[in-house]
Design a protein around this ligand. Structure first.
Ligand code: FAD
Ligand code: NAP
Length: 448
């Protein structure tokens, strides 16, 4: 058999998996390394828990891609400084290319006093919790009855959906730094929580900020028509919006837990065609039990790539415009050069931007550039490829990492399907690593 390239892909979310398909189609071998036991990333652990058709459809596609004989999978393996493996370990073993498609696992904070109180959470952690990703699945969240969600994108809608439809929260308040017109969520997604909207309150809120909206050239009557519905919310559950508010402090109660949020009131100004929030210096406070940040995520700096302002650094010369290979290559600003043989794609390249289809497109574009680079390089003999994959597994054993293979994942997924059937539900998920590892090791233990 002729020489082949071996590519390490770090992260088996949509970007890593669709990227893997393009790499194998070009004839390359892929070692897919994933933090979670199961593949799928946010398609498995982010997309809302009742989206049966979307989640099962994606799972099936991912299973087909992983079933390719050119793909090896190592799950329950985190790459990064002080983790199961480092980027340097992979570079020393020597791959034709290393692709970082690990999503955006860093937590974006606002740097407010009180941000570390019990009752302040990041949406990603909450979303991982209700989608049963260990260890978040087992973490306790002090939600209380009155919750503020900061930010008004689709993640806010998912969290509000969980709070109102699954946790029976009494009062969910969306705190947004700009106005209704600048919402980032989709109306079609919002439908699941619309019945809770406190429409009297919404009308009053838009009237409160009328002068600011008009100063920014917005037609307030049109906004009222669009945002104030005729429905009446249930007596014990309400969804409200507080616009033109930027959080400045999380307030503590006597028990040391979250008791409120202080915000600065904003005005809206139009700068270079964009509507921007500007603080007025006036503050107000809301009593609350819990604050959830849904303001997007940043990449995980511990992966070991050049990092600046929440993102991995790519070449500044090619930062915008048409897709260009340099946009997919991490760049060392000190040495003023791209890192040889390393690539980023999906949410690791553009944190918190877009749907699964966007991550897929980004990975397909990125792998086009990778495949072009590999066409100019010599690959490895098949035996060398197997030795390199073995070397990764040896390193993991040396580091006492309980990694899983794709055969192990197939055993786990079959058991989950069987359990779902027994319980007459469309899916069943094991919510702890121990449970999953026990299921995986059971057939091996029985055979030995
Ligand atoms: C709450 C939420 C709901 C969403 N709902 C929808 C929806 O309904 N429809 C839709 O189309 N899109 C939705 N999206 C967007 C979609 O999930 C993303 O576009 C897509 O998942 C991004 O893919 P990715 O592969 O770049 O990252 P991810 O999906 O985050 O995948 C990253 C993968 O990398 C692995 N990983 C992370 N760190 C490491 C590491 N250090 N070492 C090894 N592996 C690592 C993780 O285990 C994970 O498998 C949603 C996003 C969120 C946050
Ligand atoms: N069901 C779905 O299809 C679904 C579900 C979830 C997520 N997604 C996708 O996943 C991506 C990420 O979604 P997202 O909701 O995390 O991000 P998003 O759409 O970018 O929304 C983020 C929100 O947070 C606000 N924000 C950001 N920084 C802030 C700060 N410093 N202070 C106050 N507010 C701040 C933003 O306000 P400004 O506009 O003022 O910046 C915006 O309202 C999106 O592409 C989304 O469509 C899709």
């Amino acid at each position: 058999m002729s020489k082949q390239h071996l590519v390490a892909v770090i992260g088996a979310g949509p970007a890593g998996i669709y990227g893997t398909r393009k790499l194998t189609e070009a004839g390359h071998r892929v070692l897919l390394i994933n933090r979670d036991i199961k593949p799928g990333g946010l398609a498995e652990y982010g997309i809302f828990l009742d989206k049966e058709k979307m989640k099962t459809g994606l799972r099936k596609q991912f299973q087909r891609i992983l079933a390719d004989g050119k793909v090896s999978y190592l799950g329950h393996v985190t790459v990064g400084e002080g983790k199961s493996l480092t980027l340097k370990d992979l570079q020393e073993i020597g791959f034709s290319a290393i692709v970082v498609s690990a999503g955006a696992q860093g937590t974006k904070k606002l740097g407010l006093p009180g941000e570390d109180l019990i009752g302040v959470y990041h949406a990603k952690d909450v979303v991982y919790h209700y989608n049963k990703l260990p260890p978040f699945s087992q973490r306790h969240f002090e939600i209380g009855t009155r919750v503020a969600i900061i930010g008004m994108g689709n993640v806010m809608v998912d969290v509000a959906n969980w709070l109102l439809n699954y946790m029976n929260s009494a009062e969910v308040t969306v705190v947004a730094r700009r106005g209704p017109k600048e919402k980032a969520y989709d109306d079609s997604e919002f439908e699941v929580v619309e019945k809770y909207l406190d429409n009297d309150d919404m009308r009053k809120e838009i009237e409160r900020i009328r002068p600011n909206l008009e100063a920014a050239g917005q037609n307030v009557d049109e906004l009222i028509q669009k945002f104030v519905k005729s429905s009446t919310p249930p007596p014990n559950q309400k969804l409200r919006f507080r616009y033109l508010c930027s959080p400045t402090k999380v307030l503590a109660g006597n028990d040391g837990k979250t008791a409120g949020l202080e915000v600065e009131l904003n005005e809206l100004i139009v700068e270079k065609g964009r509507t921007v929030a500007k603080g007025t210096g006036q503050h107000t406070q809301f009593p609350l039990d819990c604050v959830i940040y849904a303001i997007g995520d940043e990449v995980d700096s511990s992966l070991g790539l050049p990092f600046s302002r929440g993102a991995f650094v790519t070449s500044p010369a090619e930062a915008s415009g048409n897709p260009h290979p340099a946009q997919y290559r991490p760049y060392d600003p000190a040495a003023k050069q791209a890192l040889e043989g390393i690539y980023v794609m999906g949410w690791s390249r553009n944190a918190s931007v877009g749907l699964v289809g966007i991550a897929k497109k980004d990975a397909e574009q990125g792998t086009k550039f990778i495949n072009a680079d590999l066409a100019a390089k010599e690959g490895f003999e098949p035996a060398v490829i197997e030795q390199k994959i073995e070397a990764v597994m040896d390193k993991l054993e040396e580091n006492n990492v309980a990694f899983v293979t794709k055969d192990d994942v197939a055993v786990l997924e079959a058991k989950e399907r069987e359990e779902a059937k027994k319980r007459n539900t469309w899916e069943h998920k094991y919510a702890s690593d121990d449970e999953m590892l026990n299921i995986i090791s059971a057939p091996k233990a029985a055979a030995s």
